[in-house]
Write a protein that binds this ligand. Structure first.
Ligand SMILES: Cc1cc2nc3c(=O)[nH]c(=O)nc-3n(C[C@H](O)[C@H](O)[C@H](O)COP(=O)(O)OP(=O)(O)OC[C@H]3O[C@@H](n4cnc5c(N)ncnc54)[C@H](O)[C@@H]3O)c2cc1C
Length: 369
C-alpha cells in the first residue's frame, strides 16, 4: 500500500471516483488550493462512464456508449480545453424505420425520406404555414389541429418513434444546437488523466473507497451512489443499466451516423459506430449494440438514475441525512442521483468548488492569520 494511504494526514482530501466530476474537484483542490488529494476508483480505468480506449484495430471505442461533448457554457468549454484539444465533430443521429435511416430528431428532410414526394411537399408546406421556422412540434400539438394530414403524421410519429418524439420545423440535422461541440482528440480517458496529472494528486484505481476510509480526511467528495455511502440505510436507489455487444465488420462504415436508434426493435435500442467520431481511415469498423438492462446490485453498473417521484423522495432523504456530516460532499450523476450531461457535471463540480470549498478555505485562512 502506498505511503499516503497508510499515513494519517488531516490535510488530505479524499475524492471517490475518477470520473469527470471527481476529476474536476480533485484538479481544483490540487491546482487552485495547492492541497493534497487521493482519488480512488473501484474501476481499473480513469474517466468513469466516459471511459474510452483504443482497440486492436486502432479505433477509439467509447466503452459505455457514445459520448459527445456539447455545451453552451463558455466557462466549461474553456475549462476542459485546458486539458485536451477537441476535434470539431458535430453529432448527427439517425433512427431506423422501415429499413431506412432517417435524421433524428425528425426534421423536414425526414419527411422526404419517409413519405412519397408529393405528400412530403404537402406536409412541408402545411407545417411551415402553421408553425414557426425552427420550432419543435410534438404529437399533441399536431393532433389538436384537427387536420387529416397532421393527424396521420402524429399517428405515424407515435407508432414509429414513441409518444415523446417531435418534429423540428427546419432541415437542421445536428443532434445538438450548442455553441461548443466536439470530442477530445485523444479521448476522454486521456482528458481525465491529464486533469489528474499533478504532484498533489495520487490516483488509486481498482480500489473501493471502503478500503481507504479513515477519519482524518480533511474533506470527502463522493461521486458514487449516495445510498451506498450510507450502507443503504433508507433503501436502495433504483437505476437502469445497459449492456453492449461489440461487433466488427469488414467495411468502411456500418451505418450513416455515429448513433442509429432502433425504437421499434424489441432487442437493442441503438447502434453506436465509433469510427464516425475521429474520421479514422482504418480499414474495417466496430459497432456496439446497446441493450437496456435492469440494474442488479453487484452484477452490472448503475447507469441511469430512474427519476420517478418515489425515488427522488428517497434520494432527498439521503441528501438531508448527509447534511449532518461536516466536510462530506456528494456530486456527479450518482452522488446527486441526476442524469447529468458531461458539461453539467463539470459545471456543478466547479460551482461546488468555487462557491463552497474555496470560499470556506479563504475564510479559514483569514481566521488563522
Ligand atoms: C450511455 C450514456 C451516454 C452518455 N452520453 C453523453 C453524451 O454524449 N454527452 C454528455 O455530455 N454526457 C453524456 N452522458 C453523461 C455522462 O456520462 C456523465 O455526465 C458523466 O459520466 C458524469 O460523470 P461522473 O463523474 O459524475 O460519474 P461517473 O462517470 O459514473 O463516475 C463515478 C465514478 O465513481 C466510481 N465509484 C463509484 N462508487 C465507488 C466506490 N464505492 N469506490 C470507488 N469508486 C467508486 C465509479 O467507478 C465511477 O468511475 C452519457 C451517459 C450515459 C450513461
Amino acid at each position: 500500500m502506498k505511503k499516503w494511504i497508510s499515513e494519517k494526514h488531516d490535510g488530505l482530501n479524499l475524492v471517490v471516483g475518477a470520473g469527470i466530476s471527481g476529476a474536476v474537484i480533485a484538479e481544483r483542490l490540487a491546482n487552485a488550493l495547492g492541497e493534497k488529494v487521493i482519488v480512488v476508483d473501484k474501476k481499473k480505468h480513469f474517466a468513469g462512464i466516459c471511459y474510452d480506449y483504443v482497440d486492436k484495430n486502432g479505433i477509439l471505442i467509447h466503452k459505455y456508449g457514445s459520448h459527445i461533448f456539447h455545451t453552451d457554457n463558455r466557462k466549461v468549454w474553456d475549462y476542459v480545453k485546458q486539458f485536451s484539444e477537441f476535434n470539431s465533430y458535430i453529432h448527427k443521429s439517425s433512427v431506423a424505420v422501415e429499413g431506412k435511416e432517417v435524421s433524428f430528431p425528425l426534421n423536414i428532410d425526414a419527411l422526404y425520406d419517409l413519405f412519397p414526394q408529393s405528400f412530403a411537399v404537402r406536409l412541408e408546406h402545411k407545417l411551415l404555414e402553421n408553425f414557426k421556422y425552427n420550432s419543435v412540434v410534438g404529437i399533441c400539438t399536431l393532433t389538436a389541429f384537427n387536420d387529416d394530414d397532421f393527424e396521420f403524421l402524429a399517428e405515424y410519429i407515435y407508432e414509429n418513434f414513441g409518444e415523446v418524439a417531435e418534429i423540428r420545423i427546419n432541415r437542421d440535422s445536428r443532434m445538438f444546437n450548442d455553441k461548443f461541440q466536439g470530442i477530445p482528440s485523444q479521448g476522454y480517458s486521456v482528458l481525465v488523466e491529464n486533469m489528474l496529472k499533478n504532484h498533489n494528486i495520487e490516483v488509486c484505481l481498482n480500489t473501493d473507497y471502503k478500503y481507504m476510509i479513515h477519519k482524518d480526511f480533511k474533506r470527502i467528495f463522493f461521486t458514487g451512489s449516495i445510498d451506498e455511502f450510507f450502507n443503504y440505510k433508507f433503501g436502495m436507489l433504483p437505476y437502469d443499466s445497459i449492456e453492449f455487444q461489440i461487433e466488427e465488420y469488414d467495411c468502411e462504415n456500418y451505418q450513416s451516423a455515429g448513433v442509429v436508434n432502433y425504437p421499434c426493435t424489441q432487442d437493442f435500442e441503438r447502434i453506436h459506430e465509433f469510427k464516425h467520431y475521429s474520421k479514422s481511415r482504418i480499414n474495417g469498423t466496430v459497432i456496439a449494440k446497446e441493450y437496456r438492462r435492469e440494474y442488479v446490485y453487484g452484477e452490472n453498473d448503475r447507469i441511469y438514475p430512474v427519476c420517478k417521484d418515489e425515488n427522488l423522495k428517497l434520494y432527498r432523504e439521503y441528501s438531508a441525512y448527509a447534511t449532518a456530516y461536516k466536510n462530506l460532499y456528494f456530486l456527479g450523476r450518482l452522488g446527486r442521483y441526476k442524469n447529468l450531461k458531461m458539461d453539467e457535471a463539470i459545471f456543478e463540480a466547479l460551482d461546488l468548488f468555487e462557491n463552497v470549498i474555496e470560499k470556506k478555505a479563504k475564510i479559514e485562512i483569514k481566521e488563522n492569520i
